[in-house]
Design a protein around this ligand. Structure first.
Ligand SMILES: *Cc1c(COP(=O)(O)O)cnc(C)c1O
Length: 425
């Protein structure tokens, strides 16, 4: 049925048959039983579909992933143990030692570190670029061994909106896929595949879970990238896999090639699977996602408007504010609202921003974002602590920046909390 996204949030994925449980069951089992040795052998050869071991696949995970895949308008999807694992797998599935990829310098600090430090140790090099540059300027960063382009729909923590079409065109004109981390926007507010992205990732830990109860991630493939048309660039998908009796993923699995390879090779060998219990939370979170995201955005706009008018506030950055630098891009890609996260600073610099944070009573200081409860942190002292001042500047993070994640409380109560803290400094 071709339903609207709100209906898909409730009904996509698990579709119970007659007399079956109404809610998605949790397959709390490591293993599956088979009658004959050949039955199970066929699964190991990727000749038959089915489950055998939860390190690779579990039905609860697959059904929750199926819902998210439908919400994103993708072809195939998988859940991972965390957002970090999702972004690592998304790139590592197509990049190997000696390869290079391009990422926006404004991405989440954890991903930045993964790409800059850890993947470099594997021989995979990432060049970080200013995502506001023109396509022509960005083209200069491509090399013959460049295999992917990576960016976030709305960056964490600076809340800049990506020109997705520009990035999709850039990636495709160099014969590589565009990978988009859509964590902050969620498929409710933006579906990057519609704008040309090939692969979408999520930290489901954020709005999708929504309640700060489980860490998880997801990868959704549009199935649109033609690996065979760029055969030499992606040998992992276009040449025989010796660890599966010479299967060629792109030939055997077509649009499902990328996710099948990530499951069959990366999950098998690295085992970053989400627990079925957490996949159940993801599925439950997705059911109310459209209601929560709308309220997060309404509240955030009220808070941003209050802060913007306050004399002690140096600046506010929230793309839904009509005079924000990124309002035009937000209106195009996220017409129903961006997200509940905004950033701002107190006049007087870093120390005063920190002093103000300590005065808040309702909003709590937490290493979290996109949660039902309002929380905040100071990236320069917390999430981005490892970065040098130069790297902070490159990521667009000023030392006084406060990341404030607006929850589902009554906006008047949040404003009263902010107002009292501002009065006291
Ligand atoms: C939190 C976050 C991640 C990492 O996700 P985890 O679930 O914490 O591993 C990746 N990307 C973005 C945009 C995030 O906000």
């Amino acid at each position: 049925m071709n339903t609207n996204i709100e209906t898909k949030c409730l009904h996509a994925g698990y579709e119970p048959g007659n007399g079956e449980p109404r809610q998605l069951p949790i397959w709390q089992s490591t293993t599956w039983k088979y009658s004959t040795s050949d039955d199970m052998g066929a699964l190991f050869d990727l000749e038959a579909e089915g489950y055998f071991y939860t390190r690779l696949q579990n039905p609860t995970n697959d059904l929750a992933a199926k819902k998210l895949t439908e919400l994103e308008g993708g072809y195939a999807g998988m859940l991972t143990s965390s957002g970090q694992a999702a972004n690592f797998f998304a790139v590592f599935n197509i990049c190997t030692a000696g390869d290079h990829f391009i990422a926006s310098s404004a991405i989440y600090g954890g991903t930045y570190n993964l790409f800059l430090v850890t993947m470099a140790k594997m021989g995979i090099e990432c060049t970080f670029v200013d995502q506001t540059l023109s396509e022509e300027e960005l083209s200069k960063y491509f090399r013959p061994n460049t295999k992917a382009v990576f960016a976030e729909t709305i960056t964490n923590p600076t809340c800049t909106v990506l020109d997705i079409e520009k990035f999709a065109h850039l990636a495709h004109s160099h014969g590589v896929p565009l990978i988009i981390d859509n964590t902050f926007a969620t498929p409710v507010n933006c579906r990057p595949i519609k704008w040309g992205a090939d692969i979408v990732t999520h930290s489901t830990t954020k709005y999708i879970d929504g309640h700060g109860i489980s860490v998880g991630g997801a990868i959704i493939d549009s199935g649109n990238f033609d690996w065979m048309a760029h055969k030499d660039k992606f040998p992992g998908l276009t040449t025989p896999d010796d660890s599966y009796h010479g299967i060629i993923y792109a030939e055997k699995f077509g649009k499902a090639a990328y996710i099948t390879k990530a499951t069959a090779q990366l999950m098998r060998d690295l085992g970053c699977i989400q627990s079925p219990q957490n996949a159940f939370y993801v599925n439950t979170g997705l059911e109310s996602l459209h209601v929560r995201v709308q309220r997060h955005c309404e509240n955030a706009l009220k808070v941003a408007t209050f802060l913007k008018a306050h004399e002690k506030v140096a600046w506010v950055h929230y793309p839904d504010l009509p005079d924000d630098e990124y309002h035009e891009l937000a209106s195009k890609y996220l017409p129903n609202g961006t997200c509940g996260v905004l950033c701002f600073a107190i006049k007087g610099g870093r120390e005063r921003s920190i002093a103000f944070m300590d005065k808040l009573k309702l909003a709590t200081i937490a290493t979290h974002v996109a949660d039902a409860r309002t929380c905040l942190l100071h990236p320069a002292s917390h999430t981005h602590r490892q970065l040098s001042d130069e790297q902070l500047a490159e990521a667009g993070i000023s030392p006084d920046l406060i990341r404030y994640s607006v929850g589902l409380e009554n906006a008047d109560d949040l404003i009263a909390d902010l107002s009292a803290a501002l009065d006291s400094i």
